[in-house]
Design a protein around this ligand. Structure first.
Ligand code: 13P
Ligand code: SF4
Length: 301
């Protein structure tokens, strides 16, 4: 911790001076998650909390689409992202023109868009979802078919749960697509009694091998419930690191995959963002209203 002390002290001071809060996703490293953040959570919680921030500045310790969502929901605040290159393979997989083409090919079918997308893609959508509410959002539409983009695996997993026919897009999370069913079977052999929790961005064959599938917040709640003494989280590595700090009596088996985008956010990067007030996230006015409407429709359900 001596290594981090200087940055942590500077960040805590700068937050007071700038009247700033730090929102951190569950995949941020423990020194960010536990030492400098004001609000932590999954994508859904961060969106909800961003809406009610009263401070002047929001620093998003997460990836670009999360910062954009915060800006959409609280447009009068200055929203900073400590590294503009913190993207997402899902957000990069689809453009607004792709959504328009899908709509034209499937007239009348509602478009549900994962929040892991650009504001331009959100602006072409009927409503958004996160992994924490995708099932509820799809069921709320009451249709036989849904265009669910861009995460093919999330769409197939939710299609299985709801019985709704999914028109999908070939976007994948580069972290979760790498897990395999064989890996889970091997873990069960090596660690008898382990409870397997998987993120729904994993391929359906992987989710089928798990005991529980849910968003990062759902995984957190499951671990906190004390239902399991030994767990493996089929997701990004920092998730287990953060939970292990909070639940020292639970054994965490730790095969995991790193998200290179989340890992661009570091204490020095956050410190630099607050010192220089960069980089500010802005959304083109012609997109903002339509993108905001898609996110707000989600939050209202
Ligand atoms: P959650 O919404 O479950 O936190 O996951 C989103 C995600 O993959 C962030 O990268
Ligand atoms: Fe995107 Fe996957 Fe990284 Fe989340 S973990 S930011 S979905 S690449």
């Amino acid at each position: 911790w001596a290594l981090f002390e200087d940055d942590i002290e500077a960040i805590l001071r700068l937050k007071r001076e700038r009247n700033a809060v730090i929102l951190a996703h569950n995949y941020q490293t423990p020194e960010i998650f536990h030492c400098v953040s004001d609000i932590v959570g999954d994508s859904l919680a961060l969106a909800r909390e961003a809406q009610t921030v009263e401070a002047d500045v929001i620093v998003m310790a997460g990836v670009h689409f999360m910062a954009e969502t915060a800006k959409l929901l609280n447009p009068n605040k200055t929203v900073l992202i400590p590294d503009m290159a913190a993207g997402c393979s899902l957000a990069d997989s689809i453009t607004a023109a792709d959504v328009r083409a899908l709509r034209a090919a499937h007239p009348g079918v509602p478009v549900v868009t994962y929040v892991n997308t650009s504001a331009a893609v959100k602006a072409e959508s009927d409503l958004c979802c996160t992994s924490g509410n995708a099932k509820r959002i799809v069921e709320s539409l009451g249709t036989d078919s849904v265009i669910m983009i861009p995460d093919e695996f999330l769409a197939r997993n939710i299609g299985k749960e709801t019985g709704v026919r999914m028109i999908t897009w070939a976007g994948h999370c580069e972290v979760h697509e790498r897990f395999t069913p064989g890996e889970i079977r091997r873990m069960r052999q090596e660690h008898p009694g382990v409870v397997v929790l998987a993120h729904p961005e994993c391929p359906p064959e992987v989710v089928a091998e798990a005991d529980f599938a849910g968003s990062t917040a759902h995984m957190s709640d499951f671990v906190a419930s004390g239902k399991a003494e030994k767990v493996v989280l089929i997701t990004e590595c920092s998730m287990s690191d953060n939970l292990a700090v909070q639940h020292p009596k639970i054994e965490f088996i730790r095969p995991c995959n790193l998200c290179p985008h989340m890992k661009r956010i570091t204490l020095p990067a956050i410190r630099h963002a607050l010192e220089t007030m960069t980089t500010e996230v802005t959304i083109e006015p012609h997109l903002a209203d339509r993108a905001r409407a898609a996110v707000e429709r989600m939050l209202a359900i």
